[in-house]
Design a protein. Sequence first.
Length: 508
Amino acid sequence: MKKILAPYIRCYYFSKDKISRSIRMELVVTFAICLLSAFIVGSWYDGYYREKHMITEIDYSNGISKIYEEYNYVKYEIENRQIVMDNKAAVDQIIKTADKINSSNSTVKVYITDLEGRVFYKSKNASEEKIDIFDEIKKAAAFKKEKDSSLVIDKDSQNVTTRVALKDVKEYVEIDGISFSDKKAYLIITGVPEGRNVYNRPSAGSFLSILQGIVAFIFLFYFITSKKMRYIEKVSEGLFQIAKGNLDNKIEIEGKDELARLAGNINFMAEELKEKIESERKAEKTKSELITNVSHDLRTPLTSIKGYLALIKDKKYRETSEIEEYINIAYNKSEKLEVLINDLFEYTKLTNKGISLNRQNIFLNELIEQLIEELYIICEENNVAIKKYIPDKKVLANVDGDKMARVFENLLMNAIRYTPKPGDIIVRLWEEESSVMTSVENRCEDIDEEELQKIFDRFYRMDKSRSQTTGGSGLGLAIAKSIVELHGGRIWVEVKNGNIVFYVKLVS
């Protein structure tokens, strides 16, 4: 049984999935269901109404026709065959044959009388010997008049109306002259015509059934689509909330159709807008912080320079040697100010993508060893030793040599500044699959995770007690990060066993 039903079950689930993914298909199916239901309701109500208000008519026309047919037969046979009045055998035979036409109706009687009403011939079931001709003519006229006006009589308590063609079931009388070959006579035929029931259903039920079908269609369509309409209202309300600025509002996704996808897209749009606004706020905050930090870092040396120049201008010195000392201090401050401005300018260009790389294939091991040699005197002055683990094999990378030299110089200078004195700095270089790795490691004080996350931020110094004189511009690591990312590489920092390690990964 399962094997037989399996294809139908698969077809059902396939169709259900297809329909659930399309509003158009859902509407088509809904319309079809409502239309079919309306047709069923309308048909049922039409049948019920017609049955409830059915009219039964008793139709006597066939019975009358058969009596009239018998009358015509007798008249035609006698006149056509030119039978004489006294030919009893022939006339009786004609009447006997005519009786067979209405054999099922025992009330039909045939009379042949003279002009005064004396009966000469009659059917077997007739008993009268004399007929009142005038009276029969009146009966025939009355029957014809009554037949032309029907009367409806309520005969059923179940609201079934019976239509009767006559007020009372009267005898049908047909009377006319008949010509024998030798005499004139009257042919009279009487009898109660047989009736048959004819059932007529009122046409008013058709309109009411259509009305019932329309009502059923509207009700069912409203009922089926009410859930979808509520969801549309929910999506509309969610969109209104987002339009008001409530970007945390999420529209619940129901189903798989276009509305569900629309709700998902609206949620995605809200998330994107939220991220964009937060990004803009962060950028604005960053801009504000940058201005604040730049103002602070520029004001400090400028204040010092201005102060020493004011001492010289106001001649607040005791000896000429003090003038030279003040000038040297002001000059050194201006040099540091120049370094800060240059670093800031370079960082701005790097972050705004306003700089292009002059890529070349260079040997990183030679570049790093050259930098270490250049920093030898500074290391001596700071009581720091650099230990290098660089392979003899040439390590090739396609980079901008000047920019990468700035990266490694900034990392080494950062290590020299912050390494506890005396101390060691460990530099490593090695190759990995399709990349080149470099690390700069030195001892450090305890650094929490929050500080580690901010270490590449501009103007951030881990040691808050350090001034610009000993702590640098605060842009070195931020510049290094921008240059590495501009090369499509990655730079990050880790703390291992009391040592801080900076890693640089470049595509070889």
